[in-house]
Write a protein that binds this ligand. Structure first.
Ligand SMILES: C[S@@+](CC[C@H](N)C(=O)[O-])C[C@H]1O[C@@H](n2cnc3c(N)ncnc32)[C@H](O)[C@@H]1O
Length: 372
């Protein structure tokens, strides 16, 4: 059972939401509890005032701290989490919904008008946005939260039906069909009528990958399917039998022996037969990256006009220096890393000297121009 306390100035907006369909049933079945509270009731000012004009001037009205803070304080218990709906918050997604569905009490504060007095943020645990657009109030965003969290509460929807939803497992949902078998010449895929559930599951998994790759390449990523010590066994999603192995998120390589995905469940140990192998790949990686940076540095050093390029290469050199310390030092030792740092520093100095010289010439020419 999860309890939601929604603080709003417009409680009537929730009437339809609470009295229809799955949410209504979940409340009746006591799987969730939702209380809607008008925080105007907590105002101690004349006419229950809750907002005022912004200090410093500007359009619109700003919600005052006091009524909201008093409402929060009254509702708050030991395990409560207070969420502020705001377009400036962290963008909401299914992972967040799953995380919040494990809480026992959520207090959700809905803004309105121009927003809140900034000091309200000292009384909340998290600021959440439902997307990069601005609505008139936090009521619809709060319903988005309550709805998406409620359906994850055990027993609210049919057991197992959200596990394959879009975004679970970083994949979109597979295509679904219902009667009739043929509609205007379009047929339901044969496999779904075959009754072979193993084949259906395989087809659906493949479709999930296909659909995600096509519609949301941004969320389609490699999936670590098993962690063994510091090694992660990675499903590259394309191959049926080969996987790659990531070491501490730093390098990856293909194992020599062919491993079937179905064997992965039984792997409990990863052995690197040639331990110096890790050093070798790591050194190769570092040297390849530095060679690329040197090439880029050469290009900007030979181009008088490319200041943007020079700044970019300086940034990349800095990043490489950080990477050496945070990721490679533990394998390659500080002696090797320091040597590489000296190389990188020398390239940085070259670019910096060139930029300084260019600035000096420009200053000199500006002064000479003024002197004429
Ligand atoms: C008109 S908005 C205020 C916008 C504010 N002036 C700004 O630009 O950040 C009024 C209220 O609606 C809610 N709201 C609007 N858009 C939202 C979004 N994308 N996600 C969550 N809440 C939102 C917030 O509670 C906000 O305080």
């Amino acid at each position: 059972m999860i309890k939601f306390d929604v603080l709003t100035l417009f409680p009537n907006m929730f009437d339809g939401f609470l009295s229809e369909s799955i949410i209504k049933r979940a409340i009746e079945d006591k799987k969730i509890k939702i209380d809607i509270t008008n925080f105007r009731d907590y105002s101690e000012l004349k006419n229950n005032q809750v907002d005022d004009t912004p200090y410093g001037g500007g359009e619109g009205m700003v919600l005052m701290c006091d009524p909201i803070v008093k409402a929060i304080e009254e509702k708050k218990k030991k395990n409560s989490k207070v969420i502020l709906m705001s377009p400036q918050g962290t963008k909401y997604d299914q992972k967040k919904a799953i995380e919040l569905s494990k809480e026992s009490h959520l207090i959700i504060v809905c803004g309105h008008y121009e927003g809140f007095d900034e000091r309200i943020k000292n009384f909340i645990d998290e600021e959440i946005s439902i997307g990069d657009y601005v609505l008139t109030g936090g009521e619809i965003p709060s319903m988005v939260l309550v709805d998406s969290i409620s359906r994850l509460v055990p027993g609210v929807i049919t057991e197992g039906s959200f596990e394959k939803d879009s975004f679970m497992d970083d994949l979109l949902d597979y295509p679904t069909y219902t009667k009739p078998r043929e509609y205007r010449g379009m047929k339901v895929p044969d496999v779904l009528l075959s009754g072979d559930h193993k084949k259906i599951d395989e087809w659906r998994k493949e479709k999930q990958k296909e659909v995600t790759k096509e519609k949301r390449p941004d969320i389609y990523k490699e999936k670590v399917i098993k962690e063994v010590g510091k090694y992660s066994l990675v499903d590259d999603k394309e191959e049926k039998s080969l996987i790659s192995i990531n070491i501490d998120d730093s390098y990856n390589f293909l194992p020599n022996n062919k491993i079937k995905k179905s064997d992965l469940a039984s792997i409990s140990k990863v052995m690197i037969v040639e331990p110096t192998f890790i050093d070798k790949i790591a050194r190769q990686n570092v040297e390849k990256k530095i060679a690329i940076l040197m090439k880029q540095a050469n290009i900007v050093l030979n181009d008088e006009t490319d200041d943007e390029g020079a700044m970019y290469v300086l940034g990349e050199l800095q990043r490489m220096q950080e990477l050496l310390l945070t990721q490679y030092a533990k394998y390659l030792g500080m002696e090797y890393v320091s040597l590489m740092q000296i190389k990188l520093e020398a390239i940085k100095n070259g670019i910096n000297t060139k930029m300084m010289a260019k600035m000096n010439i420009q200053n000199f020419e500006t002064k000479r121009g003024r002197g004429r």
